[in-house]
Design a protein around this ligand. Structure first.
Ligand code: NAP
Ligand code: GDD
Length: 325
């Protein structure tokens, strides 16, 4: 039986990846950090699975990581934990660097010292392309990060390559473009919009306050993207891959389609601009070229942009209909 160690198990991607690997028969060890209230909402349906073991630790605590990997001897390590909210990275730039940048080195050190045979996956990001140098962005496109988060991810990306080249560790970096789902955190724009339009439809809220409606993202479905992570670790050679849909859409389009899916005729009537959500430096437009992943991993997205929006709005309508404020 294969063993996988996931950091960030309680997050959007970690929960889908845990499900995916358990279905494949893996024993999954999920790192969780100690908090005064538990953050197990996304994995509550898996908690009693006989092949899921939760392991206590933190990206900032080297010993907890090294000890876990020494003990578990995992075949695969997925480093998904991070301070992942771009807007928060200007408010907490040092913490973002500690978790999102140095945290990667700590997990790599744990692999190097604890079990160097483990294959390692790093959750890199299209945010590294920032002020884009090329359209569409591919594996060879130079980086120009525009946030402390993006800068931290560039560090994580290069330290992963460095450990591959220095210590011969099977370490890969997946450069994933935005991927969404009903399990997305409420602070991210897609879930924020999907949830708000559902609440507006049900009479629980009047409007949604947003920042820049013109920025564009290459939005895919999170379930498809965790499969790509796994595929990268099943290859003979460790290589880095871009994972994206190849389509870009604006925040405004996401809002329009969400209103349509909820049966709200005029999106202008439910939207207000709030400059508090504008960013000090914006990533205006991202669109990825996943040709390499399509060719080598035989990976492709399973749903379209309108299907993704509909799926998210329908999930929020169900959720909000059964929850009281
Ligand atoms: P997410 O929902 O925000 O999950 C982040 C996870 O990291 C949570 O489980 C969180 O635990 C954990 N974490 C944060 N700080 C930690 C620490 N100091 N020690 C241990 N665990 C810690 O993020 P996601 O959307 O699933 O993304 C997964 C990874 O992919 C992240 O690295 C993100 O930066 C990257 N990424 C995401 C996307 C995307 O579009 N989703 C695209 C490219 C790259 P708690 O539950 O305790 O907070
Ligand atoms: N969050 C948020 N809230 N974003 C808003 C809002 C708002 O009210 N209004 C407009 N936006 C715009 C942001 O300015 C940004 O251009 C875009 O919506 C997307 O913002 P987020 O959903 O917060 O995602 P992100 O693109 O900054 O970052 C996500 O994708 C990265 C990959 O490119 C995160 O998942 C990162 O962890 C990930 O690496």
């Amino acid at each position: 039986m294969k063993k996988a160690f996931i950091t960030g198990t309680t997050g959007q991607d970690g929960s889908y990846l845990a499900e995916f690997l358990l279905d494949k028969g893996y024993h999954v060890y999920g790192l969780t950090r100690r908090t005064s209230t538990q953050s197990f909402a996304r994995i509550k349906h898996l908690i009693h699975h006989p092949k899921l073991t939760l392991v206590s630790g933190d990206l900032i605590d080297q010993h907890s990581l090294t000890y876990a990997i020494q003990r578990i001897k995992p075949d695969e390590v997925y480093n998904l934990a991070a301070q992942s909210f771009v807007a928060a990275s200007w408010e907490q730039p040092v913490l973002t660097g500690e978790f999102t940048a140095l945290g990667v080195t700590r997990v790599l050190e744990a692999v190097r010292l604890g079990y160097p045979k483990a294959k390692f996956y790093q959750a890199s990001s299209s945010e590294m392309f920032g002020k884009v140098r090329e359209v569409p962005q591919r594996e060879t496109t130079p980086f120009y990060p525009r946030s402390p988060y993006g800068v931290a991810k560039v560090y994580g990306h290069w330290i992963t390559i460095n450990y591959r080249e220095s210590f011969n560790i099977f370490a890969v970096s997946g450069i994933l473009f935005n991927h969404e789902s009903p399990r997305r955190g409420l602070e991210f724009v897609t879930r924020k919009i999907a949830n708000a339009v559902a609440r507006i439809k049900l009479g629980k809220q009047q409007y949604v306050e947003l920042g820049n409606l013109e920025s564009k993202r290459d939005w895919g479905y999170a379930r498809d993207y965790v499969k790509a992570m796994w595929l990268m670790l099943q290859q003979d050679k460790p290589e880095d891959y871009v994972i994206a849909t190849g389509e870009t859409h604006s925040v405004k389009e996401f809002l329009q389609l969400s209103c349509q899916a909820a049966g709200i005729n005029d999106w202008h009537s439910v939207y207000k601009h709030n400059p508090a959500y504008d960013r000090p430096a914006e990533v205006d437009s991202l669109v990825g070229d996943a040709t390499k992943a399509k060719k080598k991993l035989h990976w492709q997205p399973s749903i379209s942009f309108p299907e993704l929006v509909k799926l998210m709005v329908e999930a929020e309508l169900k959720l909000e209909a059964k929850t009281e404020d």
